[in-house]
Structures are given as C-alpha cells and as structure tokens.
Design a protein around this ligand. Structure first.
Ligand SMILES: [Zn+2]
Length: 341
C-alpha cells in the first residue's frame, strides 16, 4: 500500500513537471497583417516583438476584395508551413487604411477600390478562426511604437505617418484613443488653410493638413516652387508621379535648393499644427514615420523650431519631436501589438 502511494506521488510530480514545461514551451504568437495600397505585409510575431516569419504580396487594390482574401489565405498557409513554429497562434491583428475598430469595416478607403464598407474583421475571423482586431494603419503604428518602438515607457504621445497621405494615432494615458465613432486621430484632415486658394483634398474638403504635409503635398509644393524659382534642381526633370518621398528626401540631403525650400515650408506647416495638437492633448512626444521622415534633421529641425514658436508657454521646451526607428518589415509590429491587446 505504502509502495503504491509513493508511486502515485512520483507520478503526480512527474505529471506536474511535464505540465509546467509544456506551459513554458507554449509561447504565444499572433498573425500581424499590414494592408497597404500597394503591398500587404504579414507575419508571425511573438509577445516580445520577435518576427518569426514574414512576407509580403501585392495587395491588388484595384481587383475585388475576394481576390485579396484568396491571396491572403494562400500566403498565410504558405508562411505557416515554412515557419514550422512551436508557438501557439492566439489572435490576428490588422492595420489597414480607414479601418474602423468599432464597425470592423474598412470605410471609404480612397486607395483601395473594394467598396465603401468592406467587412474585413468578419472575413478574417472566418478565415483564421481566431479573434481578430482591426485598426486604422496609423493607430496600429501608434500601438507598435508604444509596445516595441520609441514610445516604450511613455503614456502620452502622437504618431504621424508622413507617406502618400498623413495618418496619425494618439496614445493617451497608455491607451490608444479610439473615439466615439472609432475614428479618433485624423490629423491629416484638420484645416490649415481656410482661404479661397486652399488645396483640394481627396477627402472632399479643402485646406487639409495632408494636402501640404505628405509626399503628395510636397510634390504640389515642389511643382509650385519649380515655377517660381530659377535655381537649378535635379527635381525639374522628374515627373509628378515619379517623385517619391525618398527622391525628395535624397535631393534635400544633397543640398538641392528647391527640395530644401519645400522641406522648410512643409516643416513650418507641420510645426504650427503640432503646437495646436499639443494644446489639445499635452503629449510627451510626437513620433514621425514614413517616407518624408527619411530626411531626418532637414525635416526635424524646422518642425521643432516652428512648433516651439507657436506653443502655449506651459508646453515650451517640454515636448519631444522624434523620428521612429521602426521601418521595413517592422511595420507589422503595430498590428502585432493590436492583436496582443
Ligand atoms: Zn482631407
């Protein structure tokens, strides 16, 4: 009898040892998906931000949404087979233009011709059979900065992505600010020019910040400067469509007078707007991402100068403006942070 009891005790201990180690080994991972107008990036990411496997495919923004879903399903299956991971996949996080966290839809996205209301969350829940969280791409980036980037350790900051348009995400008291309609943080569409000659915006309004502070906005500024200035410039021989953020940034870094003037004007408009935004949200920092941020101090210094000049006294010299160090495949870290919640 005593022998049996000892055997049972030993078996129990062995069983508990096995369970503890199984829990230890069972790290968790999520599917992280970043849907862009040109490419969709996806990957498997662990809780500490390690990207186990990632890939990208052409979004096909002009083709039907169903075709995109087929491509995503095939690519995720391929990736899963190739990754051969031991982690348990627990959720899916998706950043997409105009994705509404409340409705689960992509709504009126100008660069995706999939319709006005695209049931993204519902479709991906069916596909992955996992909990799915979606957010607008800039909001996902803000969460990525909070968890894995320059926002770590901060509770109040704002991320601005300066790409084709201007996206923004707000972290307030350590949480993403979602808003009453799931659409908080649309700084790209605040009015910076109420005058009659204000630029038209894709959103249907006039004078929006993103018509000045974005790659598209800077192209418009550069073409105005090309007509006004007589200086030699490498930008004179580049077409409107071919002029990327990288080309503009490189020209400025090479000392091109038109590119430098365009950056100064753009940074001043941005800096004034950051001062306004500081009065609403009292952040610790603004973190800049996207093509234009590659110009570094050429963008940063005049932006900070214009912001400081326009800041309410209580905020002066207290708000940092910095450039993100996340880029390339790490754009999926935002959706990963979203999935982990
Ligand atoms: Zn607008």
């Amino acid at each position: 009898m005593a022998c049996n009891m000892i055997l049972v005790m030993l078996l129990n201990r062995y069983y508990s040892f096995l369970c503890q180690n199984a829990t230890f080994m069972e790290n968790e991972a999520v599917w992280a998906i970043d849907i862009g107008g040109t490419y969709t990036k996806l990957g498997l990411v662990t809780r500490n931000g390690a990207i186990l496997k990632s890939s990208k495919f052409s979004t096909g923004a002009g083709a039907p949404f169903e075709e995109f879903l087929k491509k995503l399903e095939n690519e995720s299956k391929r990736l899963l087979t190739a990754a051969n991971i031991r982690q348990k996949i627990i959720a899916v996080g998706v950043g997409a233009p105009n994705a509404n966290a409340n409705t689960g839809h992509i709504e009126h996205a100008a660069n995706l011709r999939w319709g006005d209301q695209v049931p993204l969350k519902e479709s991906l829940t069916r596909m992955f059979d996992l909990p799915v969280t979606i957010a607008n791409d800039a909001n996902a980036s803000a969460l990525g900065e909070l968890q894995f980037g320059k926002g770590r350790g901060m509770e109040n900051f704002i991320v601005l992505t300066l790409g084709t348009g201007l996206g923004s995400g707000i972290i307030s008291n350590g949480q993403l600010l979602v808003g009453a309609h799931g659409m908080a943080g649309e700084l790209g569409h605040v009015n910076v020019d109420p005058g009659p000659s204000a630029r038209f915006c894709n959103c249907g309004l006039k004078g929006c910040l993103e018509t000045y502070v974005s790659v598209t906005g800077m192209r418009r500024t550069i073409f105005e400067l090309i007509a006004e200035m007589t200086d030699d410039s490498a930008l004179r021989s580049i077409s409107f469509e071919a002029m990327t953020g990288e080309i503009i940034s490189k020209a400025a870094l090479d000392g091109d007078p038109i590119a430098l003037k365009a950056f100064k004007m753009t940074a001043e408009t941005l800096g004034v707007q950051l001062a306004d935004t500081a009065a609403h949200l009292d952040p610790e920092a603004f973190i800049l991402l996207g093509g234009l941020s590659k110009a570094g101090s050429i963008l940063l210094e005049p932006t900070i100068a214009a912001m400081e000049q326009n800041l309410f006294a209580a905020y002066k010299n207290r708000i940092k403006v910095m450039i993100s160090n996340t880029s390339g495949t790490s754009t999926i870290l935002g959706p990963a942070a979203l999935a982990f919640g």
